[in-house]
Design a protein around this ligand. Structure first.
Ligand SMILES: Cc1cc2nc3c(=O)[nH]c(=O)nc-3n(C[C@H](O)[C@H](O)[C@H](O)COP(=O)(O)OP(=O)(O)OC[C@H]3O[C@@H](n4cnc5c(N)ncnc54)[C@H](O)[C@@H]3O)c2cc1C
Length: 409
């Protein structure tokens, strides 16, 4: 069962390690715990719906509560304190494009505000209803998660918009393919949401961001259906896909998504390299990216993130040994962890690894082997669960992103 006031499945619990709490207390001060509202307390605050009855719409208080907020820090504070703000007046769970059209026609007739809802992992506030005289209908795409067809020649798969990361990958992997799109919210976020929010994945270096993966599809609007064909390229005018990507659902409801898929790679490995300081780390990663070494993932943590990651990694004895080894090799206080991945054939991966290691060594990088990379890969989608362990210890976490040119980093 999904948590109503936090991240992911109730059965998955990621605790903060005991030494992690001491580390945080030293780094940013002692945690301050806040009281959580109970589900019953919040349910009591859900007002009566302003919608007339409709066979496709639930007015159930808990369904409305569960679709009222995303996952930003502001959302988290609202959910935990029980101060949700505005609730949608109803939630619909269409199972086909025809039902979406039916709901939109009715919403137009009733003059409703319609909010498309994918996995509810938005950190930008666009799925949260705002106070308005008009009733709000949230339209959840969770029942439209099927793989509709695969074009094996073009390597294009057509999905329902509500397929979340595990549903996308399991349906493709059964046929020997992958989409390769792995935002950290992968477990819950959906194809339609990725397109509408222009999402970026951890391995976009190999597979491309959603801009490169989104090939076309269908959108249901108040004015009718817009079908965007999957041309590989066009010399004729602007690209209509751009209208949808990042539109946050404001032009309509994406009812079908075509994506460019890849054959599963022969092998994949992740590695960690420690750079002696930020300046060398930055110079090294820039060179690596600009040399177009065929890596699938490239991440750099600054010194305080590196310290925090190592402190919260668990296995304090192993980490102490690693720290000693790194210090002997010149990566001491101020070191920055650079993680990279290679995905492809055995020969190609061998060559990429060699090239990356040689290049980073030139910037003082110390290769730490496969352990940390393996741990990263095992836990990559468990990190958001740590929010709970941190919250119980009195710490709140936010996620944000930005982009800039290398010269401005
Ligand atoms: C812990 C955490 C980690 C994250 N990591 C990443 C990351 O690595 N990369 C990244 O890019 N983002 C990340 N995000 C942000 C978020 O997960 C992405 O924006 C994601 O793409 C949202 O997808 P969703 O299915 O949850 O959409 P929702 O949150 O449900 O909706 C997002 C937006 O898309 C619209 N929408 C959803 N479905 C449709 C549809 N079918 N038709 C039209 N509009 C629709 C909604 O109205 C809303 O405006 C993260 C968020 C969290 C909380």
């Amino acid at each position: 069962m999904r948590r109503w006031n936090g991240w992911g499945d109730e059965a998955t619990v990621v605790e903060l390690p005991s030494h992690g709490e001491a580390f945080l207390a030293e780094l940013i001060g002692p945690g301050q715990t806040l009281a959580d509202a109970s589900l019953a307390q919040v349910l009591a605050k859900v007002p009566a719906s302003r919608l007339p009855a409709h066979p496709l719409i639930s007015q159930d208080a808990e369904a409305r509560l569960r679709h009222a907020r995303g996952q930003s820090l502001a959302d988290w504070l609202a959910m935990r304190s029980g101060e949700f703000g505005v609730f949608p007046d109803g939630v619909a769970f269409p199972e086909s494009a025809a039902q979406i059209r039916q709901l939109l026609a009715w919403a137009s007739q009733q003059d409703l505000i319609v909010i498309p809802y994918g996995g509810g992992t938005s950190v930008a506030g666009h799925i949260n209803p705002q106070a308005s005289d008009k009733p709000v209908l949230t339209l959840s795409l969770e029942r439209m998660g099927k793989l509709i067809e695969v074009d094996d020649d073009s390597l294009i798969a057509t999905f329902g918009p509500g397929a979340n990361g595990p549903q996308v990958e399991s349906q493709l992997r059964a046929r020997g393919y992958t989409l390769g799109h792995f935002p950290q919210s992968w477990e819950l976020s959906t194809l339609g949401g990725w397109v509408a929010s222009r999402s970026s994945g951890q391995q976009s270096l190999r597979y491309g961001r959603i801009e490169q993966l989104f090939a076309g599809g269908k959108v249901e609007t108040f004015a009718g259906t817009l079908a965007i064909p999957s041309f590989p390229a066009s010399a004729a005018g602007p690209d209509l896909r751009e209208l949808l990507m990042g539109s946050e659902g404001r032009f309509g409801i994406i009812s079908e998504v075509k994506v460019r898929i890849s054959r599963l790679a022969e092998q994949e490995h992740f590695y960690a390299v420690f750079m002696p300081n930020w300046q060398q780390a930055l110079a090294g990663i820039r060179r690596l990216a600009q040399a177009r070494v065929p890596l699938s993932m490239l991440r750099l943590a600054n010194a305080s993130e590196t310290r925090t990651q190592l402190a919260l990694a668990g296995h304090p004895q192993q980490i102490a040994w690693l720290e000693k080894y790194l210090a002997l090799r010149g990566a001491r206080d101020g070191k920055c962890m650079l993680t990279f991945g290679v995905t492809g054939s055995r020969t190609q991966n061998g060559a990429s690894l060699k090239q990356a290691k040689r290049l980073l060594k030139g910037f003082g990088g110390v290769f730490s082997g496969t352990l940390l990379g393996k741990k990263w890969a095992e836990n990559r989608f468990r990190f958001p669960y740590l929010r709970h362990g941190l919250w119980s210890a009195g710490y709140a976490v936010d996620t944000l992103e930005t982009a800039t040119d290398w010269s401005n980093v």
